[in-house]
Design a protein. Sequence first.
Lengths: 680, 332
Amino acid sequence: MRKTLYYLLIAIAAIALLAACGSPQPAAEEAMEEAPAAADTSEEAMPSSSYESCLESQAAGMNFCEAPMLAERVAAGELPPVDERLPVNPVVGNNRIPDWQAVMERGEYGGTLRLLDFDAGTIGHDAGWISNEPWVETEDIAHDFATMTGNIFDLEISDDDMEFTFHMRKGMKFSNGADFDTEDVQFFWDNILHNETLTPIIGSSWRAGNTPTGNVGELEVIDRYTFRITYDAPYGGWPGLFTYGGGPHRFTDSDYLKKFHGDFADADELAALLDEHGFEAGEWNRLYGIFNSGNRQHETGLPSLGPYVLTEMGETQAVMERNPYYWKVDEWGQQLPYIDRLQISIVPDVNAATLKIIAGEADMVRRGVNPADMALYVQNAEDKGYEVVVLDMHASTGEIYLNMTYADEAWQEVVNDIEFRKALSYAVDRATLIDAVYSGLAEPPQTMDPTTDVEQAEAILDSLGLDQRDADGCRLTPSGLPITIQFNFTPFTGESLPTAEIVAENWNDIGICTTVKQLEQNLFLTQAGANETQAMVWWAHYPRWPWHEANDYIGQAWQRHYAPLWMAWYEWNLGGGKAASDNADETDPLIVGVEPPQAYKDLRRLQAELFATSKAAEHEVIWAEMIAIFRDNYYWISGADPLKNPLIVNDGLGNVAKRGFHIQSANEAEFYYWVDETRR
Amino acid sequence: MLTQYIGRRLLLLGPLLFIISIISFVLIQLPPGDILNMEVLRLRSAGTQVSEEQVEALRQLYGLDKSLPEQYWLWITNILFEGNFGTSFTYVKPVSEILAARVPLTAAVSIFTAVFVWIMAVPIGVYSATHQYSLVDYFWTFVSFIGVATPGFLLALVFLWMAFVMFDISAIGLFSQEYESAPWSWAKIINMLQHIWIPIVIIGMAHTAGMMRTMRGMMLDELNKQYVITARSKGLTETRLLVKYPVRTSMNPVFSTIGWMLPGIISGEVLVSMVLNIPTTGPVLLQALLNQDMFLAGSIVFILSVLTVIGTLISDILLVWLDPRIRYEGVA
């Protein structure tokens, strides 16, 4: 027995020893809590705020003032003085967030903002969006041209909507201190956009009317700070494509890019770089692509125009520091941003993100939130010092699409009748969807028809002559075929599975026999594109983005959701498909498509008109007509809209808009500052 | 005899690895669609508009304009002649760079775990066998059944929850935040040791339980054999007798699993690493497979297969060397 105890003791001791190794964790936590107290005392000893020192430097003759972190580097001779780093006409104050969402206070410099993402190998989406600098800005994400102001450029549009004159900011610089002027624009135009290796196809956003068949505009450099782009047809809606996100092009210092550009780089240096990055000789375009990959940045040292530049890119953490040359100031002349540093934790998935959020280890989380964890967030908010702000989503994650051109005899007999689609929409139990799928964080559709009325749905189906049923209770078409729907989804968002199940049940209840099928994401997309999907749950950016993601509401997005063969018809007959084909007698419906009904043609015509004009009043009229078309035609069925999503915001963080759109509030980081002095 | 045996095994390696390389490359390409779909989806879901020229640029960036055999040929020749495993699509970095950042930590976790498993399982297994049906035996039997039956990721979740409730921390990651991106130093190593025991205990739990049972079973078989009784009757001390004969024989399963350990050291435990946010290669492989990041996934699968083959060879050799009976069987 004594021996027994002996072994037991060894085992316990071994475990205890291991456990002891880990116990300093909570101790470290305590140390962190104590640190702010120490900061408090030093604060008392030196009571000057950064604004007071700003007033001092302005009194000494400077126009602008800067963060203490940069002032030190200026004093050490590493940076030129702030007035030399900023353009003569910096952007002043906030042009994006309307007053009803937030009024920006005067901030204080310093501190670190902790972000969170699960996008391995990059800075992630929240920091990516913070880094975005659109060419021009409009208020909110409504793209209302009446509120347009300059951002990177000031823009003048000619009366005929064909000439776009861009005024650059004199003395504006990239984060490496290099001048940003028309030389960089010219380099982009000649050697990136018009370089066939880098841009094999010039996209429709650069073509008049945003159509693949429109002509590419012409660039004319007027002087060092002015350039003009001219189209041969009205394209007044073009700026709508660059009032948000990264714009049609994200500029980087051309001298920096020349190091990777096959036409400019030194051959030996380029070969070494290619080898270092594991590319074949001659694949400089792939090397170049690394430095040109949208807003999911992963390379340090890339000169940018954003408020923060990437300084460290690790496996589980990325760090960005303020851009010393950032070209925006607040109303008091302080160079933005206020906060020194972004620290981005990269976690494996959304569940790990939740754990970090409820432990209070992130200061601002947009993309890493999961509405299903709402209760957990709220439960820990007070203890951990953060606020859960519920805001509108810019996208809708559980839209229901019917494929008008799905090749099934019974389906084709009924689906092209608007009344049939209306009946399917009426059958959808929106109250249950909102409760069960969105935990109540959504509203019944505002733009689309919100009616839920099962009796009327059945009455409509009966009146269409679909009142006969087979042995399984499935309604029959007038010619006696059972109407069945195979309803596909892929778990890209958590909403798709429950939405598909609830809607399938609703449809079965009115005698439209529906089976739900889950597909792997890639297979789902491939099938949808090949017209092999009958109905699906998918997400969309409508109805808030008339310009951005304009393909969403005409059913032509990447996944071709509601009528793939109509899209094919447009491409074949109007998009130059027929002209480019060797076989003019082509009959394959996947290639020649099916002629769409007049209402859809009207929708496409209106979209072209929308892109042609820059007049906000006209936009309003056209957009209303377009909405009426997709509302009346039930090309898709909306379950809920807008959806709401929680935004996690540290209690000590100031200047965060707590109304409006989720994605927007999380992006205006140059204005955030630490109200909580201990965090500065 | 032994050299001939090893030689024959080595000869078989070449063709085997060639077939493995083809299978690992083709398997990853089998699902429909490609990385481009995933990337465009990801960009769009984040609210970024993706234009045709961006899609085309991405297609070139990923080298998807080449045919499948061409892609394979480039991939395998680069590995063989330049040690270049290609470029990951999602990370836009050479595969070797991604692995270099993660393999050392993965190896550290795996090796520590293996040591933990041996230290725990062998003595307890031996003890349980020699004191069969004692209170301690029942206790460890009970514990090991729970250990075998509970998936590691569940233990990890329970642990995270406990750490959160009791210590108010999110016990994920391998370093404290201040050391996350610091260069390697003693302080950082100590900081890592403070965190690393969590995955070790959690991953080790299931293995320990399994090995404990095996050890106990093997020992029980051996203990009743004639030679043990003979040795005992000759007056050998109990400890000396146990260690010299039955324990040695019972260790065979331990050595035969070394072969599987080798790839395990590199791949790490996927689910537990995901849950605990340990930057091992496991989550990278999982993500690479989901995203159809074929060079990254293909290279990891290939490396792991090579290691499995080599590991099996090593454990065969070890067994032959350790246990003369296997040698004789080989001759027969």
